[in-house]
Design a binder for this molecule. Sequence first.
Ligand code: FE2
Length: 247
Amino acid sequence: MNIPNKLKSLVVGDLHFGVSYEIFEEKEEVFNHINELREELSRIIEENSADRLVLLGDIKHNVPAGILNLSEILSNFFLEMKELIDVEIVLGNHDKDIEPFIPEDICLHGGEGTNLGENIGLFHGHSWPSPDTLRNELVVMAHEHPYIEEREGKGKRTTRPVWIKTRLNKNNLPERLSGALEDRNPEFVIIPAFNELATKGTVNRKIPEEWTKHHPFFRNHAIELDRAEIYSLTGNLLGELKNLRID
Ligand SMILES: [Fe+2]
């Protein structure tokens, strides 16, 4: 929807620059994949005439030393984006050491998240957001890399990234958050990871307890998962999660 005189924001989560080292053996292939992500993002910004880019955490992956010059890659990436568009960054759990490479005029937010100014709250998702971030009509979170698994014919299984739209289980939130919400229950959207090589969080199977350790909303059952609506990347409703479960 394009609202006249309103800023058009593009929100992108989980770029995980460098995660491709887990897939490709050659450094050049790892680097090329990062360039493909950068080019795709630039194309989306231009095609949509976006005014503002919000990077919703986990811009980079934890990559062992000697594989990539991540400091140079990140510095160039931020400068390139800044030339194209206004940029804001919300830090994720993989972004602890990136601050030195972020230009001073890029607005930076921590794990508590931020407000987009149009009753929209944004945070990464590895920690609880602030009450101000949650007290909105729409709250957007990244970090989960949501996928669903589907059966195709004889035992063949495929996975695809999805969007999740749901509401909060307010009773399972920490008191400071449930109290701040009063009688509101925001629409809660979990966005897919921009980098398709990042770990898959398959949500229509039983979620392993180990996986929920750094995922407070899942660990505390603070979102309504069964009634969550699952959408394809192109925005088609695939169904409620309870009807898409495969185990
Ligand atoms: Fe994350």
